[in-house]
Ligand binder design. Structure first.
Ligand SMILES: *[C@@H]1O[C@H](CO)[C@@H](O)[C@H](O)[C@H]1NC(C)=O
Ligand SMILES: *[C@@H]1O[C@H](CO)[C@@H](O)[C@H](O)[C@H]1NC(C)=O
Ligand SMILES: *[C@@H]1O[C@H](CO)[C@@H](O)[C@H](O)[C@H]1NC(C)=O
Ligand SMILES: *[C@@H]1O[C@H](CO)[C@@H](O)[C@H](O)[C@H]1NC(C)=O
Length: 343
C-alpha cells in the first residue's frame, strides 16, 4: 500500500510542476482527506468544518475525505503508473471514465467507440476507467479484463452513488501523482455519447499553452438544491444550507486543465463535503474564484437526443446514451460528414 503522506514521488512531482502550490499541497496531504477504513472522529476545535463533516458522514455514510488522519488510505488496487509516459509538449488529453466494477460491457463499448485512444490524429489521448469496489462481484475477472486492456484504475472503497465525490477526488489524485504530462483531464461518465474530435477542437483550439484555470462542460448556474428526500440529488440542509449552488459543470462530462485539477484537489480539504461530485467541484471552484468557461451552445446535451449522423457532428457530449446504441451508431458516425449539409 502506498501512503500519500511522505510520498517522495508525489512531492517531487508537485515540486516539479507547481512550485507555489507545493507548500499548500503538502500541507494538505499531511492533513489528508483520504478516509480511513474506520471512521473515528477526533473533533479539532480549530477546524470549523468538523460540524459539517460529521453530518456529512452521518448522511452520506462514508468517512469524509476532509478531516482524516491518514492512518489507512485507499490504495489504487489496480494501477497503471506508466500510462501517462508521453513526452512533454504534445497536446495531451487524459480521459478518466467513471464506471462501476460490474460494467464491463459498457467499458468494452467505450473502448471500441469514443474511448479509442488513437481516434483523433495529432493528439495524444489516454483512457483509463476509474472504479471502486463492488459489494457483490469478485474482483478476479477485473484482473483478466485489466490484463487484456491495461486501462483499469481501481480504488479501495465501495463504488456507490454516495461515494462519487471521493471517486472524483481519487481520479484527480491519480492525475497529480502519475500524470504530469497531460494538459487536460476529461472526467466523463460511462453512459454518454462523446465526440472526441469535436472535444479536442473545442478545448485545444489552436492554442500552444493550455489555459491554467480552464474548466468547461454543461454549466449549471443558480441551481436550487433539491430538498425532497426521495430525489437522488437530495441535498440535506445541514450539508449545504445556501439557497443556490455556485456555478458547476454537470457530472456526465467536464474537462479541466491539469493545473486546475491540482488547485481543486488542494482546496478540497477546506470545502464542506457534499456527496454530489459535480456540486462539490463547483464549491471548490467557487472557493478558488474560478468561473467555468462556457462551452458553445448545444454542445453538451444533458437530456438525451435521438441519434442522427449530421446533428451529432455538432455535439461534444450527449447524455444519457446506452452502450448498446453506442456500438450500433458508431460505424455510421464514423462515416464522416460528407453527406451532411455545410453549416
Ligand atoms: C447534524 O444535523 C442535525 C439535523 O439533521 C442536527 O440536529 C445536528 O446538530 C447536526 N450535527 C452537527 C454536528 O452539526
Ligand atoms: C481506433 O481507431 C483507429 C483509427 O481510426 C482504428 O484503426 C482502430 O481499429 C480503432 N481501435 C478500436 C479498438 O476500435
Ligand atoms: C463508501 O465507501 C466506504 C469504504 O468502502 C464504505 O464503507 C461506505 O459504505 C461507502 N459509502 C456508501 C454511502 O456507500
Ligand atoms: C467535414 O470534415 C472535414 C474534415 O474531416 C472538416 O474539415 C470539415 O470542416 C467538416 N465539415 C463540417 C460541415 O463539419
Amino acid at each position: 500500500m502506498r501512503l500519500i503522506r511522505g510520498n517522495p514521488v508525489l512531492e517531487v512531482l508537485l515540486g516539479a510542476t507547481c512550485g507555489g502550490l507545493l507548500v499548500l499541497l503538502v500541507g494538505w496531504s499531511r492533513g489528508g482527506w483520504m478516509p480511513s477504513g474506520k471512521p473515528t472522529y477526533s473533533p479539532r476545535t480549530e477546524d470549523t468544518l468538523t460540524f459539517t463533516l460529521q453530518n456529512f458522514t452521518w448522511k452520506a455514510q462514508f468517512p469524509l475525505p476532509l478531516d482524516r488522519e491518514p492512518t489507512q488510505v485507499f490504495p489504487f488496487l489496480l494501477n497503471h503508473p506508466d500510462k501517462c509516459q508521453v513526452s512533454r509538449g504534445v497536446h495531451f488529453l487524459l480521459m478518466l471514465v467513471m464506471t462501476q466494477p460490474q460494467d464491463q460491457v459498457v467499458r468494452d463499448a467505450i473502448r471500441y467507440t469514443w474511448g479509442n485512444e488513437t481516434a483523433v490524429p495529432g493528439v495524444t489521448i489516454r483512457r483509463l476507467f476509474l472504479m471502486g469496489l463492488s459489494s457483490f462481484s469478485s474482483s478476479s475477472h477485473h484482473l483478466l479484463e485489466d490484463e487484456k486492456h491495461g486501462d483499469l484504475l481501481q480504488v479501495g472503497f465501495l463504488d456507490t452513488y454516495h461515494n462519487q465525490t471521493l471517486k472524483t477526488l481519487m481520479g484527480l489524485e491519480w492525475v497529480v501523482q502519475y500524470c504530469p504530462t497531460t494538459h487536460y483531464v476529461l472526467k466523463v461518465n460511462g453512459n454518454v455519447f462523446l465526440n472526441p474530435s469535436l472535444l479536442v477542437q473545442q478545448i485545444l483550439k489552436a492554442e500552444q499553452q493550455p489555459q491554467p484555470d480552464f474548466i468547461t462542460g454543461c454549466i449549471y448556474r443558480n441551481r436550487i438544491p433539491i430538498r425532497r428526500q426521495s430525489h437522488p440529488q437530495y441535498m440535506p440542509l445541514d450539508m449545504f444550507s445556501h439557497a443556490r449552488y455556485p456555478p458547476y459543470c454537470c457530472s456526465p462530462g467536464y474537462v479541466l486543465s491539469r493545473p486546475l485539477a491540482l488547485k481543486v484537489l488542494s482546496i478540497a480539504r477546506k470545502v464542506p463535503a457534499v456527496h454530489l461530485e459535480d456540486v462539490f467541484v463547483g464549491l471548490c471552484l467557487h472557493q478558488l474564484g474560478v468561473e467555468p468557461t462556457p462551452s458553445p451552445p448545444n454542445t453538451f446535451l444533458m437530456f438525451g437526443r435521438l441519434y442522427n449522423r449530421c446533428d451529432f457532428r455538432g455535439f461534444v457530449l450527449v447524455h444519457p446514451f446506452k452502450h448498446e446504441e453506442l456500438l450500433q451508431v458508431w460505424p455510421d458516425f464514423q462515416k464522416g460528414n460528407t453527406t451532411c449539409p455545410l453549416e
